[in-house]
Design a protein around this ligand. Structure first.
Ligand code: MSP
Length: 498
């Protein structure tokens, strides 16, 4: 058994979770479930980023203390993940004592080592992104609420590690994925790196982890939050656990936080003499009317509203199927309904109905015995096997949308097979032939349902249970037991009518 450690970003608790947060978290959950089915020892980490200016401002707006605010909002994230069937192993909050202690310890170590120093700095500061930016970054136009700040602060010697970072990226092809993001970071690293300002004076921002060597300052929220990936698994606390799970196999996120993860984080790790994560994977954005969905733009869709109305599996399915990993995708209610009706209600749901009805009507609720295969049957099996292999391969390469499409093709192939073979007609002349057709169709349905389990765990389990099977079952053709009994289930994906 090998370990597999996967993380999501820690979401700011300045507002409610939205579809964008749900996407990354569901994606991590899907990958974690795939790895668990393959018998890996999976550790799936998510959580909340609770310090910093954004959170302090959100609390101020509500007229409550920051701690009271985060305690209340963290519940909304946890409730959302529960409703979306997110099976994480650990939920970390950056206000947890275990985390704050680790951050202080690292700060103290790096200060002692000379990698953190005190200096006065005058520069451009983006309030929305909570970081100092360069003139060039300002010109590129991706930062908002920019002001000029002159301040005494503590700095991390990020520049010291620039050439080692470049070497690491160049010699590890999968360190930053997709490839386009890797090139983006290598391009960024062609310019000299500035050192990283890692403190904020308390006079400007009080809500943070106090620096262990200066009571007048708190830690910059990113320097604090990134450390979660190691504090959560026992760094400097439970060495056995830490050595087992680290390095992380996947840090998942969207492209908005690529630099912090691909530049700040690896250089911080280098300074601590800790190995780097295996893969940092940045997906695209969910857009609403061609702009990024974000809390500050006020154009968010609340995932719970959709999940409440149509079920968590429907939302999980849509998000996983409609985003080509690495690219942006547009969220619309119309595309959600269209996808649900065509794939889940029509191709899949109708097939489930058809097969269960045929078995209950003609075979007294038990899987028919298979007879001799004819040429069409052999072709059908080959097709299903090919699609199964493709789907499994795509899942392994994190091409989830392609893997899903292969699985839906399995269902389309079965629907066509049933139409061609028309067992409802042949049953009158030859029950054995009809039984073979139905067995083969039920078996392909079972395989497709096992493949969809990581995406739609609730419905998939329900269908498999009704066939006396389970998600961990083999996907090789012929695994389905003849004469095993079924429980008829009806209308598993009811059509969404306008
Ligand atoms: N707190 C930092 C992350 C610290 S990690 C050590 C942060 N938080 S956030 O709440 O803004 O979350 C950003 C992440 O949420 C993105 O990287 C992505 O995973 C997810 N998304 C937020 N909006 C999104 C879209 N519109 N589309 C896709 N994912 C989005 O940054």
């Amino acid at each position: 058994m090998s370990k597999f450690y996967i993380t999501t970003p820690l979401y700011y608790v300045n507002d409610e979770p939205h579809i964008g947060h749900a996407y990354t978290t569901i994606l991590a959950d899907v990958i974690a479930r795939i790895k668990k089915l393959q018998d890996n020892d999976v550790y799936f980490l998510t959580g909340t980023d609770e310090h910093g200016q954004k959170v302090q401002e959100a609390a101020k707006k509500r007229n409550v203390q920051p701690k009271e605010h985060v305690d209340e909002y963290v519940k909304r994230f946890k409730a959302t993940w529960e409703n979306l069937n997110i099976d994480y192993d650990y939920f970390i909050r950056t206000t947890d004592k275990n985390h704050t202690e680790r951050v202080k310890q690292i700060l103290a170590d790096l200060y002692k080592k000379g990698d953190i120093y005190f200096d006065e700095y005058e520069g451009l500061y983006s309030v929305s992104e909570e970081r100092f930016i360069t003139e060039k970054e300002k010109e590129e136009g991706n930062f908002r609420q920019i002001k000029k700040i002159k301040e005494k602060n503590y700095f991390f010697k990020m520049s010291k590690y620039q050439s080692n970072l470049i070497k690491h990226i160049e010699s590890n092809e999968n360190f930053i994925l997709p490839k386009s993001r890797r090139n983006e970071i290598l391009g960024f690293l062609k310019n000299d790196l500035n050192d990283l300002c890692i403190s904020r004076p308390k006079s400007r921002l009080a809500w943070g982890i106090e620096l262990p060597f200066d009571k007048e300052y708190v830690t910059y929220v990113w320097f604090d939050a990134l450390i979660n990936y190691i504090s959560a698994i026992g760094y400097n606390n439970d060495n056995e656990k830490f050595n087992y799970y680290w390095p992380a196999d996947y840090h998942l996120m969207a492209k908005d936080i690529l630099t912090t993860h691909c530049v700040y984080w690896p250089t911080m790790l280098m300074s601590c003499n800790i190995s780097l994560p295996n893969t940092i994977f940045a997906h695209g954005w969910w857009l609403m009317d061609n702009t990024k969905m974000s809390k500050s733009l006020g154009n968010v869709v609340k995932p719970l509203d959709l999940a409440d109305k149509y079920g968590s599996d429907a939302l999980r399915y849509y998000l996983m199927r409609n985003m080509v990993l690495g690219q942006d995708a547009s969220f619309t209610i119309e595309s959600f309904k269209k996808r649900y009706n065509s794939d889940l209600a029509n191709d899949y749901g109708n097939l489930v109905n058809r097969i269960f009805i045929l078995i209950s009507k003609h075979f007294e609720n038990s899987i028919p015995e298979k007879g001799k295969y004819d040429l069409d049957d052999n072709d059908f099996i080959k097709n299903i096997e090919n699609l199964t292999n493709l789907s499994t391969q795509n899942y392994s390469n994190i091409k989830i949308h392609d893997g899903i499409e292969n699985t839906i093709s399995i269902f389309r192939t079965v629907n066509k097979f049933l139409e061609d073979k028309a067992p409802w007609k042949t049953i009158k002349e030859n029950k054995n032939i009809a039984g073979t057709t139905i067995y083969l169709s039920a078996e392909a349905l079972r395989i497709g349902t096992v493949l969809l389990y990581p995406i739609i765990p609730e419905k998939s389990k329900k269908i498999l249970n009704a066939m006396d099977c389970c998600p961990k079952d083999d996907t090789t053709f012929g695994f389905l037991k003849e004469n095993s009994s079924i429980n008829v289930i009806k209308n598993i994906f009811p059509r969404i009518e306008d």
